[in-house]
Design a protein. Structure first.
Length: 356
């Protein structure tokens, strides 16, 4: 099968999974699939190996979001994501590879949201990830390590992507450690026990250039990289999620999410001190309340939120930079930069899936 055929196969996998798969995101993450590995709470993160792919698991991603500012004070957001899903466990060379890849890139301002998507396959060099030296790519989009010898491979990265009407080239430097989410990297996603392996690098400073149309804009800012893999990270009755990464002006961070179901949903959060020390919060400690919705791509989507974490005295109102930051990709979702005020101030990113 040629590259185009495998790209078509990826779309078919998503289409055959049905509406629930699209609501739950890439590859229908609430669907059980036999034969794949499942997360184990006794497994501990190992680097640099875990920066690379885990082909015995069905679903995986390398997910970077950046809040950026131009020299005139105008704010922007950039997203770069590489997704992997498997038709069956394991890897093989050439056209025998069961691994399918999808890349998303986006650039957002208050007035404009531009995005692009690439579909690819493993085994032929079109897309993939190597842990050491670290490189993640799909076609000409790349995330490449420039870390110093002996440093973690993700401590310094060069990132680029382009689409119709936009491009960016960013240099990232980590100013803090990797952070294990959940219980030392084992992140529970439902009361029934679905889980993933999940860690982040939330401490990047960013310099580089973005391009809207024919305008080159130098930018600085901060970025957050998420790494996650599983085989069925959602319960079958969970219809989507609301995921927040908050970077506080005082240097602390907060990762929090709500997985929606017919009831109150499943909420989880990790508080990250400015020195990188993570504190997993108990289920339900995070409170997420939609305050305002907007019509986005024919959907009603929350675009202003009340976020509370009483254990850390967090009580903030979150506002989207661009309410229309919708990714009209093979699996559609909302993704864009945010700002927040209240007990704390800062910027971050919000992802919302399953709003049909």
């Amino acid at each position: 099968m040629d590259v185009k055929g495998w790209c078509t196969a990826l779309c078919m996998v998503l289409a055959l999974a049905g509406p629930a798969a699209h609501a739950q995101g890439f590859a229908g993450m609430g669907q059980a699939v036999e034969g794949f590995a499942t997360p184990d709470p006794d497994d501990r993160l190992t680097f640099p190996a875990d920066h690379g792919p885990h082909p015995d698991f069905r679903i995986e991603w390398w997910y970077l979001t950046a809040t950026l500012t131009g020299p005139d004070g105008i704010n922007y957001g950039a997203q770069w994501t590489l997704f992997r899903t498997a038709l069956r466990p394991g890897e093989a060379a050439g056209f025998a590879s069961p691994q399918l890849w999808m890349g998303h890139a986006a650039l957002t301002s208050a007035e404009t949201h531009l995005f692009a998507e690439k579909l690819g396959r493993g085994g032929v060099g079109q897309a993939g990830v190597t842990p050491a030296p670290f490189k993640a790519w799909i076609d000409d989009w790349q995330m490449i390590s420039r870390a110093a010898p002996g440093a973690d491979a993700l401590s310094a990265l060069d990132l680029n992507a382009s689409g119709s009407g936009f491009s960016y080239a960013l240099a990232l430097q980590a100013e803090g450690p990797l952070v294990a989410q959940g219980d030392q990297g084992y992140s529970v996603k439902s009361a029934a026990g679905q889980a993933s392996h999940y860690y982040s690098q939330p401490f990047y400073t960013v310099t580089g250039t973005i391009k809207f149309g024919d305008q080159d804009i130098p930018v600085t800012g901060q970025a957050w990289l998420d790494r996650e893999w599983s085989s069925q990270p959602l319960a079958p009755d969970q219809t989507g999620w609301d995921w927040f990464s908050l970077i506080f002006d005082d240097g602390a961070r907060l990762m929090g999410f709500r997985l929606r179901d017919a009831g109150a949903g499943y909420l989880s959060a990790t508080w990250i001190d400015a020195d990188g020390t993570p504190t997993p919060m108990p289920p339900g400690a995070l409170r997420l309340t939609p305050l305002e919705t907007a019509s986005v791509a024919g959907r009603t989507v929350p675009v202003r939120w009340h976020v509370e974490l009483p254990q850390k005295s967090v009580d903030v109102t979150v506002t989207t930079l661009n309410p229309q930051a919708f990714m009209q990709t093979t699996v559609p979702y909302w993704e864009g930069p945010i700002r927040f005020t209240g007990s704390h101030a800062g910027r971050g990113y919000l992802e919302m899936t399953g709003y049909e």
